[in-house]
Design a protein around this ligand. Sequence first.
Ligand code: SF4
Ligand code: ZN
Length: 301
Amino acid sequence: MNNEIEKYRKKVFKTIEKYKLVENKDRIFVAISGGKDSSAALSLIKEYIEEKNLNAKVFAYHINLGFGYSDRLEEEVEKICDSLGVELYVTNVKKEFNLNILEISKILKRPICSICGLIKRYLMNKIPRELGATKIATGHHMYDMLINYYKNLIHGNFDWNLKILPKLKSEHPKQLTKIRPLIFAYPHENKMYCEYKNIPITKISCPYSPNFCCYLSRREDYKIFQILEFSDKNFSNFNLELIRGITRFNKKIEKTIEAKKENYMECEICGEPTNQKICGFCKLKLIYQKQNMENKISNLY
Ligand code: SF4
Ligand code: ZN
């Protein structure tokens, strides 16, 4: 193993160890998209469990969004999981939930990515939990976190920045703890690791994002991304020190924040945790079903 890989691996293992991201008896589900970040997260969690000889298991979880490239992507995700020897669970949004993301976006006049994000967040908590998950892991890396950090500052969403942590503890019995083992990793390190391990990461992109990484398709995100790249080129380790500082601060005030946390309710329709009477997912479904019904009736006349 070369030095760079060894350094990266040690850094990720240290994050897992320090923040207790993987523990005995855990059943960790990794949300996998087919890209380098989630594939690296999946592989490293598996390696960590094996190296520490933990009584824990890792699984992959993929959401087939039901448009354009989704079936091809699912096949590629299967190849990744086969190469890593990890069991894969897939949810098909169109077939299993009868939801058409493109139609919903038109009906609600909301961007496709916003509908897609809402559905993914909902399913990523519900389905793995029903399959016995104790935690859900994502491949979010340092740049994802820092882009959100700057955007939240610019738009005044200061509370959201308090959630920039390697582990977001569950706030409701039906809410999974979220873990981000790559929070201190650079995107290029994840790529280097996947290449070293020969993980067959996908080259196909979502048709609604020119660069697969969703944030690169948005102008503001792209500007911040360029600032991060500039910092890395000119001020060695600045971004790493910044993300470490942010997480140290958030960890320090975590207890105070916990005391102030609002109580989660359960959605009156599906019973999933939400801070409204009816969760966003069910509202979306209701509007879509109503519109479908109206279209069917108008076609009768
Ligand atoms: Fe969903 Fe990302 Fe594609 Fe947008 S770019 S539709 S969020 S997968
Ligand atoms: Zn609901």
